[in-house]
Write a protein that binds this ligand. Sequence first.
Ligand code: NDP
Length: 342
Amino acid sequence: MINQQWQLARLPASGWPEAEDFTWMESAPPKPGAGQFLSETLYLSLDPYQWGRRRRGVEIPGSVCHGRTVSRVIQSRHPDYAVGDYVFNTNGWQRFGLTGAGITDFGYMQPRQLDPSVAPVSTALGVLGMLGLTAYAGMTLQGRPMPGETLVVSAASGGVGQIAGQLAKLAGARVVGIAGVDKKVKFCREELGFDDCVSHLTPDYESRLRDACPEGIDVYFENVGGRVFEGVLPLLNPVSRISLCGMIAQYGDDLNQSPQQAWMHAGQAIFDRQKVTVMPLFVGDFVEFHQARFLEEMTTYIRDKKIHYREDIWSGLEAAPQAFSDMLRGHNFGKTLVEVTS
Ligand code: NDP
């Protein structure tokens, strides 16, 4: 049995990931100690926040790249996990990893067992995981779109955006997506059931968005920033709400210039005039008190086919750096995952 892993090769500079940022390593897998289990990674989640961790030095060169995973237990000295169990855990960008006593890289998402009869286990990294909870928190606890209101969501076909838009639809709002290439726009309109979707890649994006929102915008779920955000600003209605989930278009910018704040400052005059409430969204704040209810509701929505989800699955751990780079450049189509054991 050989462990394969991607380690961080250097502290990344500005811009997006390059092949030189990662080193492929092979070694013997570790053995579980008391209170630990060894699991084999089935799916690895690639998320925009991982780039922020690397650029800010939370990960240091020579360490295994962090990543949430779905795995299967293959050796166990943990009282609650048996060989064969499916688990959500944080093995990182590697084939085999230890979980349990003394392993600390869990953050706010603790390991948990998964029941493959409820939903495909990969969903624990997407619609039934951190991304779903993010969308749920933004829609049901922050923005709360109501019948008759217009909700706009950016990166609308992506992991978070597709769920946020569908939750707003279920709440009775009129939903307008903003997405990139034609196939994503079509997916939002035809498969997710959004009322409209516009591309931010066209030269007349701003006027198309205005046409798609004749009554203005009451709730905006922000994932992107930059030009996408600028197009939304003049359309915000009085007493509208922004759930500020992310600004991926700025994640490659110079960290010293605090680009996200700069974009929000650009909107300040409009926020003040229109009494817009801007709510920063951090999913970790919602795990303790809302995850259980979220899982119950979202599992029911999926079982009843009221929420659809799209995954963008790459094959083999070797593909992780390329998949990660493509996702950060906006080339993914749905929640980005690597199927490690394929
Ligand atoms: P996605 O699956 O949505 O992928 C990113 C998408 O962003 C791309 O597919 C692309 O879609 C869009 N995009 C638009 N402009 C750019 C650009 N200039 N560069 C790159 N991508 C661009 O990712 P996630 O669902 O994982 O994440 C969506 C957002 O949610 C991110 O901002 C992320 O940081 C944030 N997030 C925040 C959390 C929180 O706790 N606040 C938790 C989880 C995620 P298109 O081509 O359609 O524009």
